[in-house]
Write a protein that binds this ligand. Structure first.
Ligand code: GTQ
Length: 354
């Protein structure tokens, strides 16, 4: 006994001297930082927040006259989480931005190792072309650009079109796996008719000898009308789930997993006056309201409540591990995205239903 006492314990100055001595050798004491490195539970830095689309719409449209899509390559106003300004993050993990493409424009073809989703907010008739197939996009459509696929966006319609981009930029950056290339022409050559992927993979069928060539779903446009119809049918056959309402996840039909390897996506319908029970999960969530209105109540770690009011076209954020409830004032439809797909692959995802 008494092995630990007296002589081996040094005072604060002696410890500082020791740190100074080891510092030039690129050594540092773990015990000074341990609790911060390995906290008791997640402490997201992002803030709960809503972008009221009616307030930002004018600025998004104004950016349409500021420079061409070709000059910008992608003309996007980044949705910066107010607690993470300057970091190009909408949640603690994911990037988000509002992209506008004006009539007659092309955002030139490129490819990168980041995966992207588009969720259409305004306008219809613009297209995105992914690896040789075009899809015309409409509000509420969920469109995927899988990692390392050539893609360009164009607008042959008379109206501007705006969509939300969500990319896994920081996940790829964590592993330093970033690559990008530009195609020599504005458009990557189209080699398949429109609707080909949806017909082949989006009807509970797939070509007899199909073997996946990517970690992402081979369907790259999940049209809103189909998703909406599925939620509606679901609502006719049972009660809403107390935590989720009528909620469906977008899947990769080849393996039943999330449609994208890093980003999880879902759509839920909350009937008029329905309120969800308190829920928390380790993924940082983003939502886009496509119809109706309501509010989301988020409890901060200090117990304070933040109320996020939302209506159609608004984008809002519930950071990871914060308890929250949704309250629908009208029949409301919410698209959601998060880093859950990546977390599950690493065994990190947890949720609590209260
Ligand atoms: O459309 O390819 O918002 O490469 C950010 C980076 C969109 C895109 C963004 C991108 C894109």
């Amino acid at each position: 006994m008494e092995m630990n006492s007296g002589e081996v314990v040094r005072n604060a100055q002696e410890r500082k001297d020791f740190y100074a001595k080891i510092d030039p050798h690129n050594l540092a004491p773990l015990w000074e930082v341990l609790k911060g490195l390995i906290p008791g539970e997640p402490k997201p830095k992002a803030a709960p927040y809503v972008w009221d689309y009616q307030k930002v719409k004018g600025m998004v449209h104004e950016s349409g006259g500021l420079l061409t899509a070709k000059e910008a390559e992608r003309r996007v106003l980044v949705l910066e989480n107010p607690a993470l300004r300057g970091q190009s993050l909408i949640t603690d993990v994911l990037y988000g931005g509002l992209q506008i493409i004006m009539p007659g424009e092309v955002a030139p073809a490129h490819r990168h190792s980041q995966s992207a989703l588009r969720f259409i907010i305004e306008g219809s008739g613009a297209y995105t072309a992914v690896h040789g197939e075009k899809t015309i996009m409409k509000p509420g459509d969920f469109v995927i650009t899988p990692a390392w696929t050539w893609h360009d966006h164009g607008n042959d319609s008379p109206d501007p079109m705006v969509w939300l981009d969500v990319l896994d930029i920081n996940i790829v950056a964590l592993f330093h796996g970033q690559f990008r290339e530009e195609w020599p022409d504005d458009r990557f050559p189209v080699s398949r008719p429109e609707g080909d992927a949806l017909a082949r993979y989006g009807s509970g069928l797939m070509p007899i000898e199909y073997t996946p060539t990517s970690h992402a779903s081979p369907i790259f446009n999940y049209p809103y009308e189909r998703t909406r119809e599925a939620m509606y049918r679901m609502s006719r056959a049972g009660d809403p789930d107390p935590h989720f309402g009528f909620k469906l996840r977008y899947i990769n039909p080849a393996d039943g997993g999330w449609a994208m390897p890093t980003i999880a996506t879902a759509m839920q319908w909350l009937p008029k006056e329905f309120a969800t029970k308190t829920y928390q999960s380790t993924d940082g969530l983003g939502f886009v309201c496509t119809e109706g209105k309501g509010e989301t109540r988020v409890t901060l770690p200090d117990g304070k409540e933040v109320v996020l009011p939302w209506k159609a076209q608004d984008v809002f954020i519930v950071p990871g591990w914060l308890k929250h409830t949704h309250h629908a004032a009208d029949d409301a439809v919410l698209f959601s995205f998060s880093d859950r797909s990546a977390q599950e692959k690493l065994g990190l995802f947890r949720e609590k239903k209260h």
